[in-house]
Design a protein around this ligand. Structure first.
Ligand SMILES: Cc1ncc(COP(=O)(O)O)c(C=O)c1O
Length: 363
């Protein structure tokens, strides 16, 4: 009997009748992996696009080991927090394009997407616009395998045959800003909550955007007050020469999603970044909430560059703004840019981006 047939392990993304002789990887160092049949293989894909720092990083394992013995995890629901979560959120908030950011930790890329989709709807509810529910995304996109992520992904093989998993979503053509504009026009901007896209489509074929495309769609979102959500799960954290592909293409999203390279796969962790500090409808400000908690608590180091080879020697808390970063962080929490510029002033917040009642609730 072949190993696969004997094994209880089912592979995601595989017809198991075709997985009768799996490639079993046993150990790895740097860029190289060894397999159980004695081969040494170059990991040209960095795992599933997650292993930015390479395999066998003792400093990451040591930091995780130290933190796990100190306190391996705790919920950050409510008023609870822990040092690694605070340190990492503060560091991350400093170096993505735009901002200032609020960071909610997640358990991975799909979870970041779920969080963002929920956030977008809740955001509009909080502003008294519950009819803004529709989430637009692109054909050929991939956003993960959880419920909302499956629904908004645009690869038919991944999306079809589950029925409608989430109401009020719509796919638009991949590289056609006019398709986005038409969808918003047809639905009515007042019904559209958000547009989600990968800056570079990954699983759907590694498709780079045409020149100016992302800036055009970002501008369409702003003009219609639609939240612009950029899924940087594969492109983020140094994969495209800047920390985020959004910087490469000159766009500033309202929400930015990452995972994978955040820990290089050493632990499951993702993040949903929001430029908004506007509280959810409960009236409380969510600082961060984690189903997975970062475990490395090391002191700050000088900023690594995403293109520098030394960046890979940093632990997961050692990120800093790239040298080219020029953003000046303001202390005041702000609404997403699209809303700040949107002419619909009826729902505009007061000073500090919060409506008076919300400010009171924060104390
Ligand atoms: C663009 C994008 N978004 C989301 C995901 C889902 O991430 P995860 O596998 O960590 O759930 C992926 C995974 O490859 C991805 O490429």
């Amino acid at each position: 009997m072949s190993p696969a047939a004997a094994s209880a392990h089912w592979h995601p993304f595989q017809n198991m009748s075709d997985a009768m002789a799996p490639l079993v990887l046993t150990d790895a160092d740097g860029l190289w992996m060894n397999s159980s049949d004695g081969r040494r293989l170059l990991d040209a894909t960095a795992g599933l696009w997650f292993c930015h720092a390479g395999y066998g990083r003792r400093e990451i394992a040591d930091a995780a080991h130290t933190q796990m013995l100190r306190m391996h995890a705790y919920s950050t629901f409510g008023d609870y927090s822990n040092e690694p979560a605070e340190v990492l959120a503060d560091r991350l908030s400093e170096f993505a394009p735009g901002g200032p950011w609020k960071i909610m930790f997640t358990s991975g890329g799909s979870d970041s997407v779920e969080t963002a989709v929920k956030y977008a709807r809740r955001y509009w509810q909080a502003l008294g616009r519950p009819e803004r529910t529709v989430v637009l995304s692109r054909r050929d996109s991939y956003h993960g395998m959880h419920t909302a992520a499956t629904q908004i992904s645009g690869i038919p093989a991944n999306r079809n045959r589950y029925g409608d998993l989430l109401p009020d979503t719509r796919l638009v053509a991949r590289d056609a800003p006019q398709a986005l504009e038409a969808a918003v026009g047809e639905l009515g901007a007042e019904r559209v909550a958000a547009f989600v896209c990968e800056p570079i489509i990954g699983a759907g074929g590694v498709r780079f955007p045409p020149a100016g495309h992302l800036q055009t769609v970002a501008e369409i979102c702003r003009r219609h007050g639609v939240l612009f959500i950029v899924d940087e799960v594969t492109t983020g954290l140094g994969r495209t020469g800047t920390w985020f592909a959004s910087q490469k293409y000159g766009v500033e999203p309202d929400l930015l999603l990452c995972a994978k390279g955040l820990t290089s796969g050493y632990l499951p962790l993702g993040a949903a970044w929001s430029t908004s500090a506007s509280p959810p409808p409960s009236g409380k400000t969510v600082r961060c909430s984690a189903t997975a908690t970062p475990t490395a608590a090391t002191p700050r180091r000088p900023p690594p560059s995403p293109t520098s080879t030394t960046s890979t020697t940093s632990t997961i808390t050692s990120f800093s703004p790239p040298r080219t970063g020029s953003r000046v962080a303001s202390q005041a929490p702000r609404l997403p840019r699209c809303h700040r510029r949107h002419p619909d002033r009826a729902h505009r917040p007061g000073r500090h981006g919060l409506r008076p009642a919300q400010r009171l609730a924060r104390g």
